[in-house]
Design a protein around this ligand. Structure first.
Ligand code: BGC
Length: 751
């Protein structure tokens, strides 16, 4: 036996040593020889068919050569229900109910790479059950504006946090044999005029802030496809942006896969062909017949088409098609994904404030739950990211189930819900619980009913926040005020009964100036997925300690945030949304020329990012503007002690370790955060920047040694003189703590 084992082992060792270590992107080229042989057998027409949509959610393969179509699925937090071939309307299937995972900002509030990975695996597996090859996600744009319509889809205002989660989400999805299509590349930070706005941005800010999440997911995670965004960056549409797609993505990052334009975001044949786009979604007016015509005139060559097809086929070869008789034979939502969704939800909830009334005390026997956000489901709405969930536990259901027999839980709607723009015809009978305008004042009857209920309760739980019509793709909020008289209501409730907890159900930040003094405890509850209500009840009743941390700053008021403070937003941003236009029934019927005329007539606004890299807390800290709740903030039911920091530079890393003790009486997680401050630097820097973080579980009374590392590469800045990354040597102060404004230990190192 030994005699056989030794030579075998030797062979394995030799083989491993001789194999070229493929980078995640290079792995995509493994089938290039076979792919080239297939391309040689394809007609020009077959090749061009692959460069544009076949249906609203697929692009063509070549049946004759056994190449399957590529099937795409929205979106970032649940496999979207099946639509009809030529649109987004429901196909009316019954097995396509998916798991609704907590939305992007909630996932980010976990600050957990491990959970982002599991989340990705759940999404990847459910995509396979539906026969999908590519998930249109993760959505990783930086949250530049508190009002951003897609803040809830995106992860964080910080590039290091966004990049880590984007990377692990990507790995999770792709390890299950599904490709990601990471979006929206790049600098798609507003919905207002997203189809026409030209973002003016300097190279350093672009590199250090806005490209980071994409860079990690592509280089380290091997993301197989990328969705160029609707907007322009420095003059060119993202779907034909030489700098973004050819120079950076393919050139510097070595991307080998395919780019798929956002729906309706392709703008020209030559631009797309020459500057990095592979697939036009949707339509074929640019990457269909015009490509064949351009080859005939000599404006393009067939080799250029071959290169596009090769990049698409690399993804097709890397992702095995799901056989038709296997796909869609079971329910999309699976128990394992539901379990992951619950774990993420439990760890996402952020305790913003607590004057000792949480967790709910044993003496509490009567709870008044007030506010429609306790009963409204959050799975659908918001456009592309809506999910037809198999089930969704609302906060009220979660509280009732957890409270059990001994506690009476009553409910009153408290305020009207603003349903937003209605696509279909208005209902014959107006819904008495719906508001006609977002700023409609409190409804006197609903208010009186809620106050009466609150005044007889032991504890009031007020559910406020927004909804998915207010925070939605396609438009930004006008402000971040709580809608529909919620402020008046919470003040009245607090006067009636000061034992009050406010829970915010929203994806982005809200203005809490009125709510905060009227709430002894405040919880950010997010749009927290299929198991959101279960998770929330566990936290409120103290079965688990809250452990989420804010992935973005809650400003006191909108005007404090950087783009507003500098007048960069809304600026001249008024006008229509390209995507909404493209899919309007009357526009669908137009000829390509008429559609083009309509697009050309869109306003040509600009967004000037003069705040540069001072995004989110980088601005608040540097300008010394106090936020309502700082980036990274989140309380627990226990106290954590930080002690004994050690820091050194070893090789190409800064290494930090310290002792973390749970001084409380229950097991709890802490998210430790490591910020860097530059001392005596010749380069301009924000006051401090997050550079590492870790979620750590600690038993009551336990002390754990926690180690963190910062790769020196993450300390570089983009030098605009040399147009390259540069590491400035010198002294750094390391700031370690529980939030960006709660730093407990410091150390200095020289690099
Ligand atoms: C969105 C994308 C989405 C696509 C398909 C677009 O409007 O911007 O994020 O994946 O539609 O639904």
């Amino acid at each position: 036996m030994k005699r056989i084992l030794f030579p075998t082992l030797l062979l394995i060792v030799l083989a491993t040593a001789c194999t070229k270590p493929y980078s995640p992107q290079e792995k995509l080229t493994a089938n290039d020889a076979e792919i080239n042989a297939i391309i040689a057998q394809m007609t020009l027409e077959e090749k061009v068919e692959m460069l544009h949509s076949k249906t609203n959610m697929s692009s063509a393969g070549v049946e004759r050569l056994g190449i399957a179509d590529i099937n795409y699925a929205d979106g970032p937090f649940g496999i979207r229900e099946e639509g009809v071939p030529n649109g987004f309307q429901s196909a009316g299937w019954t097995l396509d109910s998916a798991t609704y995972f907590p939305t992007g900002s909630a996932l980010a509030a976990t600050w957990s790479e491990d959970l982002a990975y599991k989340y990705g695996t759940g999404m990847g597996r459910e995509a396979r059950l539906r026969g999908k090859d590519v998930i249109l996600g993760p959505a990783v744009n930086i949250q530049r504006l508190p009002v951003g319509g897609r803040t809830y889809e995106y992860l964080s205002e910080d590039p290091i946090l966004s990049a880590a989660l984007a990377l692990y989400y990507t790995k999770g999805v792709q390890d299950e044999g599904t490709a990601v299509c990471i979006k929206h590349f790049a600098v798609n930070n507003q919905e207002t005029n997203r189809g026409s706005v030209n973002v003016k941005i300097d190279e350093r800010t672009l590199r250090e802030i806005y490209l980071k999440p994409f860079e990690r997911a592509i280089i380290e995670g091997g993301a197989m496809s990328v969705m160029p965004a609707y907007n322009k960056v420095n003059g060119d549409y993202c779907s034909e942006n030489e700098h973004l797609l050819n120079e950076i993505l393919r050139g510097e990052w070595g991307f080998k896969g395919m780019t798929v334009s956002d729906w309706g975001g392709t703008h020209s044949t030559m631009g797309a062909m020459l500057h990095g786009l592979n697939v036009q979604m949707t339509g074929s007016n640019y990457l269909g017949q015009p490509v064949i015509d351009s080859i005939a005139t000599g404006a393009l060559t067939e080799e250029q088409v071959d290169e596009k097809v090769r990049q698409i086929l690399r993804v097709r070869y890397a992702i095995a098609p799901v056989p038709a008789d296997v796909a869609n034979t079971e329910m999309t939502s699976q128990p394992e994904s539901q379990r992951i969704a619950r774990e993420v939800a439990e760890k996402a909830i952020v305790l913003l404030k607590n004057e000792g009334i949480l967790p709910i005390k044993a003496e509490v026997k009567k709870i008044a739950v007030i506010g429609q956000n306790a009963v409204l489901k959050t799975q659908s709405g918001g456009m592309g990211a809506g999910v037809k969930a198999l089930y969704e536990i609302t906060p009220l259901e979660g509280i009732r189930t957890r409270a059990g027999e001994g506690i009476e839980v009553s409910y009153a709607p408290g305020y009207k819900n603003y349903p937003g723009f209605r696509w279909g015809p208005a209902p014959a009978e107006p819904n008495p619980l719906e508001a006609a305008a977002i700023d409609e004042p409190a409804d006197p009857e609903l208010l009186a009913e809620a106050v009466a209920l609150a005044s007889t309760a032991d504890l009031v739980i007020f559910f406020g926040g927004t909804n998915k019509s207010i925070e939605t793709e396609g438009s930004d909020r006008k402000d971040i005020k709580l809608p529909c008289g919620q402020e008046t209501l919470v003040q009245a409730l607090y006067e009636a009964n000061p034992n009050l907890v406010s829970v915010l159900i929203s994806g982005g930040p809200t203005d809490l100036q009125v709510l905060e003094p009227a709430s002894p405890a405040i919880v950010q509850g997010w749009w927290n997925g299929t198991e959101g209500g279960t998770a929330l009840a566990k936290v409120l009743f103290g079965d688990i300690a809250p452990s989420g941390k804010l992935p973005f700053t809650f400003p006191k008021k909108l005007e404090d945030s950087p783009a507003y403070a500098l007048g960069n937003f809304p600026g001249n941003n008024t006008g229509g949304d390209l995507f909404t236009l493209m899919f309007r029934p009357d526009v669908i019927k137009m000829t390509p020329a008429e559609r083009q005329a309509l697009i050309d007539a869109l306003p040509k606004p600009e967004s000037d990012y003069t705040e540069r890299f001072y995004v989110g807390y980088r601005w608040f800290d540097t300008q010394k503007v106090e936020p309502m709740y700082a980036f990274g903030h989140g309380l627990s039911y226990v106290i954590f002690d930080y002690d004994g920091i050690k820091a050194s530079v070893k090789g190409d890393k800064v290494k930090v370790s310290f002792q973390l003790t749970n001084e409380g009486e229950m097991e709890a997680d802490e998210v430790v955060q490591l910020y860097v401050q530059r001392l005596r630097s010749n380069v301009e820097w924000p006051e401090k920047e997050l550079k590492a973080f870790k979620r750590v579980s600690v038993k009551p009374g336990e002390t754990r040694k926690v180690s963190l590392e910062i790769p020196l590469a993450d300390l570089r800045y983009w030098n605009e003189e040399t147009n390259a990354w540069d590491l400035e040597h010198g002294q750094l102060r390391l700031l370690l703590g529980s939030a960006s404004d709660d730093l407990r230990l410091t150390a200095e190192v020289t690099i």
